[in-house]
Design a protein around this ligand. Structure first.
Ligand SMILES: [Ca+2]
Length: 153
């Protein structure tokens, strides 16, 4: 019976701890992460440039006015308050990331992969809240093996 008492006390402590955490919601909501990759497939084992686009990410619930609704804007800025920062995890990356905006919302990068990989975007708002989005980058066989290339000769 003694161990039941300890478990009960632990349970109560956990509940009190969790409820105290939930009271701290006044520093806002997490941002929203959106990410796209172009092209969606790269040749296996060949260094290929891809474009990663996170410009539709933003702190949508807290600062909707910072969300970029345009087709070819720079995306949400990395300023505070209201902005977000962008962090990419790119398996198979070779060389440096080349950013096309003032932030890392739109980047070019070379990759060389021999299997499909999952690219991860993490965005962080000014309150330190984060959101992540994973996107798959697939592979195609090299052109010599692709159906239709040699077979049409
Ligand atoms: Ca927020």
């Amino acid at each position: 019976m003694h161990s039941f008492k300890i478990i009960f006390i632990l349970l109560c402590t956990t509940i009190i701890f969790l409820s105290s955490c939930q009271e701290q919601e006044d520093d806002g909501w997490p941002p929203v992460a959106r990410a796209f990759v172009e092209p969606a497939y790269v040749p296996r084992g060949q260094t290929t440039e891809i474009t990663l686009d996170a410009r539709k990410s933003c702190d949508a619930l807290d600062y909707p006015s910072f969300c970029d609704a345009s087709e070819d804007g720079d995306g949400c800025p990395s300023v505070c308050p209201g902005g977000i920062t962008y962090s990419w995890d790119i398996p198979g990356k070779t060389g440096n990331i080349r950013t096309l905006t003032n932030t890392y919302s739109l980047i070019n990068v070379d990759v060389n992969i021999d299997r499909p990989v999952e690219i991860s975007l993490t965005v962080t708002d000014c309150e330190g809240k984060t959101a992540s989005k994973n996107i798959w980058l697939g592979i195609t066989e090299s052109t010599n093996n692709s159906p239709g290339a040699d077979n049409q000769k």
